[in-house]
Design a binder for this molecule. Sequence first.
Ligand SMILES: Nc1ncnc2c1ncn2[C@@H]1O[C@H](COP(=O)(O)OP(=O)(O)OP(=O)(O)O)[C@@H](O)[C@H]1O
Ligand SMILES: [Mg+2]
Length: 288
Amino acid sequence: MPVPKKLLQIKNLQVTVDGKTILHDLSLNIEPGKVYALMGPNGSGKSTLSNTIMGHSKYHVEKGKILSRGVDITHESPDLRAQRGLFLSFQYPKSIPGVSMSNFLRAAYKAVKKKEIRVFDFNKLLKQKMEMLHIPKDFADRFVNEGFSGGEKKKAEILQALVLDPSVIIMDETDSGLDVDALKVVAAGVQQLRSPDKAVILITHYFRILQYLTPDVVYVLKHGHLVAEGGHELAKRIEKDGFDEFGKNLSDPHAAKKRALETTHTAMGIEMEEGKPESEESPFAVID
Ligand SMILES: Nc1ncnc2c1ncn2[C@@H]1O[C@H](COP(=O)(O)OP(=O)(O)OP(=O)(O)O)[C@@H](O)[C@H]1O
Ligand SMILES: [Mg+2]
């Protein structure tokens, strides 16, 4: 079967949570074979976007569409989205007392793949994936995320992705809280999922994981708007200069406060520090 050019399309998405608009007219394309970095300051809407893609009931799509391989899934249930190969590793994984990792993962496998698998065969698959992530054997018998350290929870999320083998994997800050060795192991695990018919979306604040998993495309969100798009050099620039230069014209309470301060300072004859001028040969597009 030919691989469709676009695995996932976000078209003019406007999303509200508890009556508050969080994402505004957001459009992006996710193509097979590529690694994406989704960056942006705290509260810019990254987790909102990933939860909306997965169909979390708290997030309401007011306008726009989500297409998976050309099929409109905007109002599809989360389990159907998972069956279509979409996977989200959570920023804050939850624990499930009383349910072992192996039982949980086998149930998830059966639900997502829509096929039976014998315990023996599943345990073989699980063992192989656990070894890949350097996860100790006793993990399989422990309750899901219960008593796991922050880094172990993140590894458990990647383990789930390796077992389910999704076509679009979204990792919401899977790198935060990982020590350097665990980071390398997780990056190598994700690298296993990289293939010409799949896409990886890394939501991250840090440049470190991007050194091991070089993104093809970097998207920057600010105040729920897409404010920049570029190659991996954009991530490098953000690491150096932060997010200040993006989305200056967007209305948000902080910007409004800053503008009010600037006006006050100007009126008082105090000069505010000027922002850096945009480079003539900027390798990325700043979207205002
Ligand atoms: N129930 C809610 N009511 C009002 N605002 C909300 C609600 N849930 C989320 N928000 C707001 O939506 C915005 C986007 O949040 P989101 O979690 O998507 O940001 P993020 O980019 O993932 O941030 P971080 O980098 O800190 O994880 C924030 O300003 C947050 O306060
Ligand atoms: Mg978040």
